[in-house]
Ligand binder design. Structure first.
Ligand code: ADP
Ligand code: MG
Length: 151
């Protein structure tokens, strides 16, 4: 399932719709080059989850926690060297408490699949200065999300 956005605001709006549908234990992998809009999209997700804090890239911390009715754990895995390090970051504890959004999450995708975790994967592609293609990949949870979005 693919969406096209023509501005930062539109990407945030889509993130907001999706954020409103996320539940505790959901893992969302975000993929896309630098500047594709992963952090912008996460800002929308936070809004949709009723979180008013300003979300920025957690590049120097790996993970940032934002408190809402359900907590949002915002990861940036760009500098992760080994997928297994995700467990050292407290991944499983976070999973029982809230929603996990992972920028550069492709790094751990194979491991998560092998370890039996289902996830949503969303790829962002820059197609012009202000245009993006946002694609929800065909994982089981991704399909569930897509159905809910189209209601
Ligand atoms: P990433 O986290 O993927 O590196 P960011 O969200 O930090 O990307 O940055 C995206 C940049 O692209 C921002 O400066 C934003 O203003 C700009 N931008 C322009 N058009 C869009 C769009 N349609 N969607 C998202 N961001 C956009
Ligand atoms: Mg970012």
């Amino acid at each position: 399932m693919e969406f096209k956005t023509n501005s930062k605001a539109e990407t945030m709006e889509l993130g907001k719709k999706i954020g409103a549908l996320l539940k505790s234990g959901d893992i969302l992998i975000l993929e896309g080059d630098l500047g594709a809009g992963k952090t912008t999209f996460t800002q929308g997700i936070a809004q949709g989850m009723g979180i008013n804090d300003y979300v920025k890239s957690p590049t120097f911390t790996y993970v940032m926690e934002y408190r809402g009715k359900i907590p949002l754990y915002h990861f940036d895995l760009y500098r992760l060297k080994d997928p297994e390090e995700l467990y050292d970051l407290g991944f499983e504890d976070f999973l029982y408490q809230g929603v996990l959004v992972m920028e550069w999450g492709s790094m751990v995708e194979k491991m998560l699949a092998e370890d039996g975790f289902d996830y949503i994967k969303i790829s962002l592609l820059k197609t012009g200065e202000n245009t993006r293609i946002i694609h929800i990949e065909d994982t089981p949870k991704g399909q569930g999300l897509y159905k809910e979005l189209s209601l």
